[in-house]
Design a protein around this ligand. Structure first.
Ligand code: KOT
Length: 816
């Protein structure tokens, strides 16, 4: 038992508890299957976390302290059991228990399905932030949605992506969650605004025609080596029976009935779009449902603790994870105005000191707007409040820039060029006391390109907080061998103080340490190779460079640039008799939004290229291409420790931060990347010699656009590029079926190559050639890899959280 362990661990009591849970599942140790044992283990452990959760919730010191409420439509938490065992300090103890029952703990942990309640980086960031809040004991509640189905499961049929529903909960439920019926909320939709005359005053009040119950499910966020457990509170939509139709007219009635049927569908499924706004009504309903239930719960907690409403900003801050929960702003205003009868000025003063907003993207197609008519229909009172916010705001704008109509137009919450649309980002900036981007470069671009007028109007409001990742999951848990090696050298405090990793820099040239470090890498590569052999029947050479691009499929992330490089290597292997290359395995893992046709074409192309290359005897084991299906957190935990090269190749200015870049560098991979997102800061930390930067930077991109970009010029001037592209048109990769990969060719030729793949191709190849030659010098490579692990301590999400705490939230840790 470690000295830091919080609970005295009683092994025989725990074994009895597991057996008891088996009984509740209708099993005995003799009849139980692996899945039952996993459920019994999870439930036995959850007894402890639930009691700590309730104790933390009732802790008077916490009630008297300020809390952050992290509002996010996505929490991509990944499996909880292994991670919670680490936080509880019980990993070894439970491994012993489980082995006495005749199992290996890792096998049992494999039974857990990933809760994939997010799309990618934005949802995973929310999960890392909850982990770091609990680890550092900054009072926090996470608010999300209890989707019945998480992100779709991906498989390939003849190389094409197939989607299947992700039923992440067992029929018996998820062992870590606990339903909290006493904390249920009711959320209204549709209806009208009543004007009420009361002792000489008129006031306005929303009369919804549909009500849906919001049932909270709490997941425990266990503080690392502490008994602090915060809730991740996920709201589930349930139809209220009988339907609470307080008031309706004929038109509303039928609509409300239909909507009541939809109620059961409200939290059915996560929208599978990353960096894209599809604008569907059900999505706005999810957003409002999430916001209203969360705001209701925050106010309940605040008032139950005995605090006055006016003191809300002293006790609660609400962080909006992108614009998805923006409607919480008018919702809080509505509650303060219509239910608590505050004046506009008092309500606005409270609200605008409570909210803060994180921007995660500059992509225009991801910036949320909602049709005014849709919103007025679904949320009539909120629409009125938004108009009033905007009206008062535009008066401030007119005072600052008298007569400047353009400023009014760009700053207004309402876009009235065409169908009138509500701009959620503008509402966020106006209604928040702080706005932040997620990496230094990104935050500069938010100020310079996205919100220059807001930055002038509210100097200092727009700040930077560089993203981070939790070192508990992304090093200690996923890479136990490297963790042990590090602890041998610098002690075991680094998972809570990642900057201490810097101390291993002194071993970067130590031969014995290099050997041990690269031996760990090799074992992790073997573990991945074994997975690939078992699941995909591809044999890999672990001496090859493991070159990894794992992230959502998006044109701006340029998986197709990587593909062109792969094709160029293949071309050279076949056509250049003297071409020699360091053996390489190129890994891809990525899901494409089901409605994103080009992204699916790129996946198809990668699969077809992989099939051809992997089965061409002329290639041997010089080059292999592996597309790992169904990318998810638990898969990332296997791939990341095995990466030699981390592909971070987005067009400069497009990737707000990236966090996979941080995970792979921490695990000793070298980045090949553009000057984009957090790559810029990774380079600052590890130094130019330990990263492969290539391509146009933001200024270069802008200059090229200015001057006029012609991808066909690149095509005609670069023979290797031309040959690689041409092979997409013939039947090299689709024998007997030429033309199947044309959509990818067209995307960079006929469609004008919007993300400048061809412009960056030559420099990308140059950087890869450098990698090829550096990797052959194993001492040099080990030196660089060790320095990556040593020098990325800045990217702990503990540091990100401390930045938020100091510069934005103003919280104090409450030690329990
Ligand atoms: C936007 C709309 C819907 C769903 C997701 C998004 C989204 C995701 N916007 N930005 N992101 C990513 O957020 C990560 C965490 O900050 C960043 O590291 C990454 O660069 C963004 O693309």
């Amino acid at each position: 038992m470690t000295p830091k362990q919080q609970h005295a661990f009683d092994k025989s009591a725990f074994k009895a508890s597991m057996t008891q849970h088996l009984t509740q599942l209708g099993r005995t140790p003799e009849t139980a299957e692996m899945r039952d044992w996993y459920l019994a283990l999870g439930r036995a452990l959850a007894e402890h976390t639930t009691s700590d959760l309730v104790a933390t919730e009732n802790d008077l010191a916490i009630k008297q302290a300020k809390s952050v409420n992290y509002l996010s439509l996505e929490f991509l938490i990944g499996r909880l059991t292994g991670n919670n065992l680490i936080s509880m300090g019980l990993y070894d103890e439970i491994a012993a228990v489980v082995s006495e029952f005749g199992f290996g703990l890792t096998d049992l942990l494999e039974q857990e399905r990933d809760p994939s309640l997010g799309n990618g980086g934005l949802g995973r960031l929310a999960a890392c932030f909850m982990d770091s809040l609990a680890a550092q004991q900054y009072p926090a509640v996470g608010y999300g949605l209890h989707y019945e189905y998480g992100l779709f499961r991906q498989s390939f049929k003849d190389g094409a992506q197939q989607e299947a529903p992700d039923a992440w909960r067992e029929p018996e439920g998820y062992p870590w969650e606990v339903v909290r019926p006493d904390l249920a909320q009711t959320v209204g939709f549709y209806g009208h605004v009543a004007v009420i005359e009361e002792n000489g005053h008129t006031r306005r009040e929303w009369v919804p025609s549909l009500h849906i119950q919001a049932m909270p499910w709490d997941l425990p966020i266990v503080g690392y080596q502490s008994n602090t457990v915060y809730p991740l509170r996920l709201w589930e939509g349930r139809a209220l029976t009988p339907f609470a139709l307080d008031a309706f007219n004929d038109g509303d009635y039928t609509r409300a009935q239909q909507a009541a049927i939809d109620a059961g569908n409200l939290t059915k499924v996560l929208y599978p779009n990353d960096n894209h706004d599809a604008g569907k009504t059900l999505r706005l309903m999810q957003q409002y449902f999430h916001s209203a239930a969360s705001v209701g719960d925050i106010l309940r907690r605040h008032l139950d603790a005995g605090h006055p409403l006016a003191a809300l900003p002293d006790y609660e801050t609400i962080q909006l994870n992108d614009t998805h929960p923006t409607i919480a702003i008018p919702e809080l205003m509505r509650v303060l105005l219509d239910e608590h009868h505050l004046s506009w000025d008092d309500a606005w003063s409270i609200s605008s000191q409570t909210f803060a907003y994180t921007n995660h993207t500059l992509l225009p197609e991801a910036l949320e707007t909602w049709s005014e008519s849709l919103m007025a229909n679904l949320l009539p009172r909120h629409m009125e409040i938004i108009f009033e916010i905007n009206h008062r705001f535009l008066q401030d704008v007119a005072a600052k820039w008298p007569g400047d109509v353009r400023k009014q137009q760009v700053l207004s919450v309402i876009d009235d060029q065409g169908e009138r649309m509500v701009r959620m980002a503008n509402l966020c900036v106006i209604g928040s006391y702080a706005v932040n981007g997620v990496a230094a470069l990104h935050s500069e671009l938010v100020k310079r390109d996205l919100f220059p007028e807001f930055d002038a109007l509210y100097p200092g409001r727009i700040q930077n907080v560089t993203n981070g990742i939790t070192p508990r999951r992304w090093l200690k848990f996923c890479n136990p061998d490297l963790s042990a090696l590090i602890s041998e050298k610098i002690g075991d405090q680094w998972p809570a103080h990642l900057e201490q990793l810097e101390q291993i820099a002194q071993y970067a040239d130590d031969k014995a340490f290099q050997k041990a470090f690269m031996a760990v890498k090799k074992r992790n590569k073997q573990r991945l190779a074994d997975w690939v052999k078992t699941h995909l029947d591809i044999t890999l050479n672990t001496d090859a460079i493991f070159d990894v691009q794992i992230k959502r499929l998006h044109e701006y992330k340029r998986q197709h640039l990587n593909l062109l490089h792969v094709i160029s290597l293949y071309h050279r292997l076949i056509h250049e008799p003297n071409f020699d290359m360091t053996p390489r395995v190129v890994f891809f893992a990525a899901k494409a939004a089901p409605g994103y046709a080009l992204a699916k074409s790129i996946i198809f192309a990668i699969n077809k290229v992989a099939e051809t290359i992997n089965n061409d005897p002329r290639v041997g084991d010089k080059l292999k291409v592996v597309f790992i299906p169904d990318y998810r957190v638990s898969m990332a935990e296997i791939i990341i420790p095995a990466a030699d090269v981390s592909e971070q190749i987005s067009m400069a200015g497009k990737e707000a931060s990236g966090t996979g870049n941080m995970k792979m560098a921490l695990n000793g991979a070298l980045t090949i990347g553009t000057m984009d997102g957090a790559n810029v800061e990774i380079r600052e930390e590890v130094g130019d010699d330990n990263i492969y930067i290539f391509g146009l930077d933001v200024e270069g991109v802008n200059a090229l656009r200015e001057k006029g970009y012609h991808p066909d010029h690149e095509y005609h001037q670069q023979p290797l590029l031309k040959a690689s592209l041409d092979s997409l048109l013939d039947d090299t990769f689709t024998p007997g079926h030429p033309g199947l990969l044309r959509p990818v060719f067209d995307s960079v030729m006929a469609s004008g190559d919007p993300y400048l793949c061809l412009a960056d191709f030559a420099d990308y190849v140059r950087a890869h050639n450098q990698i090829d030659s550096d990797y052959r010098d194993s001492t040099l490579w080990a030196h660089k890899a060790i320095l990556n692990t040593a020098l990325v301590g800045k990217f702990s999400s503990d540091r990100s959280i401390r930045d938020y705490v100091t510069n934005i939230w103003q919280l104090k840790a409450v030690k329990r």
